[in-house]
Design a protein around this ligand. Structure first.
Ligand code: SF4
Length: 211
């Protein structure tokens, strides 16, 4: 069994969502069901603001993945693990989640919510940033939501009603986090926090200029 892996990197900080600021390694699986990743199809995709390169990658088995992670921070046990993509739940299975959970103090899965999560240990959490993908409804019942504003605000009522904590995050269009569109989205996020009890996620890694 192998997994298509786009990149393995760190140590760095998780930049967004419930673990923002936490030191960690990243395992980015290749591929996504919301966009094929080609520039030509980006504007018409479910995520025209997508800031991630998830195409390509290499096939690695579980042992190779664990070895690559270990090599990034030999012996370190204070670092968590962010399992992301693309859409990581297109590939992640119970074997992968069990192995990562045994190696790291915490594992956060970043998903678009259109795939159910396999059985997972208690230190594995699912953070869903829901996306409106045609024909692929959001089926997840996540531990936390991260709703992108304004693009995915249509999911906000559902997220708030679920009882799980809700982070709101301004999308960062191509002009970057200093652009006018970003500032407008940030202002909307602040209003949602104050009016509905959402929490703010501002992609610290972009503010800090780290991966
Ligand atoms: S679901 Fe995430 S990784 Fe996939 S296209 Fe959308 S923003 Fe990008």
């Amino acid at each position: 069994m192998s997994y298509r892996v786009k990149s393995i990197f760190g140590p760095t900080l998780q930049g967004e969502g419930p673990r923002a600021g936490a030191p960690c390694l990243f395992l980015r699986l290749a591929g996504c069901n919301a966009w094929d990743g080609r520039p030509a199809t980006r504007a018409a995709s479910a995520c025209p603001y997508c800031d991630t390169d998830f195409r390509g990658g290499e096939d690695l088995d579980l042992a190779a993945i664990l070895a690559r992670l270990e090599a990034l921070a030999p012996g370190a046990r204070h670092l968590g693990l962010v399992l992301t993509g693309g859409e990581p739940l297109l590939q992640a299975d119970a074997d992968l989640l069990m192995a990562l959970a045994a190696r790291f103090p915490w594992v956060d899965i970043e998903s678009n919510g259109t795939r159910p999560c396999p059985p997972r240990p208690a230190n594995v959490t699912v953070v869903v940033s829901p996306k409106a993908v045609p024909g692929q409804p959001v089926v997840a019942a996540p531990d936390a939501w991260k709703v992108l504003i304004p693009d995915q605000e249509g999911f906000l009522a559902r997220a708030l009603a679920s009882g799980a904590p809700v982070w709101v995050q301004p999308t960062s269009p191509d002009q970057g986090p200093q652009g006018a569109a970003y500032q407008a989205a940030l202002a909307r996020c602040l209003a949602l926090c104050l009016e509905h009890g959402c929490r703010l996620s501002i992609q610290l890694h972009k503010q800090l200029g780290i991966e």
